[in-house]
Design a binder for this molecule. Structure first.
Ligand code: CAA
Length: 247
């Protein structure tokens, strides 16, 4: 069987790296993306991955820009082949209580965390359906499930992912294309380490398992959903949050 090609957006971020490794270990050819302007960091990360035995192709794309996503996907299809697996992982935070939140903070988070779902999926969805096989995993968040003080923008974007996921899961269902979401809780990544220490300590105090999650624990859910034998799982969400929120 030919090797399936997987794209992971935000590949060199806190969660993306583990996802790339898990997909590569599953036998996928992995193409990672990074945000324009971060080429040097992406190149040194790619080198580090190579040293660890992972051959990951890296490409720049602005996931908030539809035309740039279309360009990237055409480029990948012509240089690597058809994209079979898409992990929409890239995400940012611009936390502030609503009274202080500026329109730019709202737009940036909606653009990168929610518009990106459409921008990356729309250009390849029909082709996946025509080939009769595809896996899309959208990375949402615990805070999309329960809301979070200081994250009106992020919680709205992450909650929007559930509607998007369930809608296109229905469109892909008869065509062998599954679409699911994974909702990480507080994971030990640079994004979470930005949370003020006292706030984070009180959040960790509310996690029944009593610790932050590890990126590998999110990657585990992603590789489960993208597996060849996961074809009957679609339109659902896997929460990986240490019991912090039980929907
Ligand atoms: N519930 C109720 N009140 C809260 C609160 C909460 N969860 N968090 C803060 N407050 C209160 C404070 O106690 C304080 O109250 P007083 O004014 O009465 O003292 C007030 O809110 C602080 O208000 P400020 O206007 O001064 O807020 P700030 O400008 O200092 O910003 C914040 C506050 C940005 C929201 C900061 O608390 C923060 O960063 N919180 C963490 C947000 C968070 O969890 N982000 C997750 C990032 S990781 C991630 O997103 C990954 C993922 O998917 C899980």
């Amino acid at each position: 069987m030919t090797q399936r090609i997987a794209i992971v957006t935000g590949a060199n971020g806190g969660l993306g790296e583990s996802m790339c490794k898990a997909l590569a270990e599953q036998g996928r050819k992995v193409v990672g993306t990074f945000a324009p302007g971060h080429a040097a960091a992406a190149a040194s990360w790619q080198e580090e991955m190579k040293l660890q035995g992972f051959d990951i192709t890296m490409k720049a794309v602005d996931v908030s820009d539809f035309n740039d996503c279309k360009r990237l996907l055409e480029e990948v299809e012509s240089s690597e082949g058809s994209v079979d697996i898409l992990v929409n992982n890239a995400g940012i935070t611009r936390d502030a209580p609503l009274k202080k939140m500026q329109p730019e903070q709202w737009q940036a988070v909606i653009g990168t965390n929610l518009n990106s779902m459409f921008n990356m999926s729309q250009p390849i969805f029909e082709a996946m359906c025509n080939r009769g096989w595809g896996r899309i995993v959208n990375i949402s968040s615990l805070n999309g499930e329960k809301g979070q003080f200081g994250q009106a923008n992020y919680s709205a974007a992450k909650a929007g992912i559930y509607g998007f996921t369930k809608a296109i899961a229905q469109e892909g269902a008869k065509k062998g294309v599954t679409v699911n979401s994974v909702s990480p809780g507080y994971i030990d990544t640079p994004m979470v380490r930005q949370v003020p220490e006292n706030v984070l300590n009180s959040i960790v105090g509310g996690i029944p398992i009593g610790r932050l999650g590890q990126p590998e624990e999110i990657a585990r859910a992603v590789s489960f959903l993208t597996a060849d034998d996961a074809g009957f799982i679609t339109g659902t969400n896997i929460s990986v949050n240490g019991g912090q929120y039980m929907a």
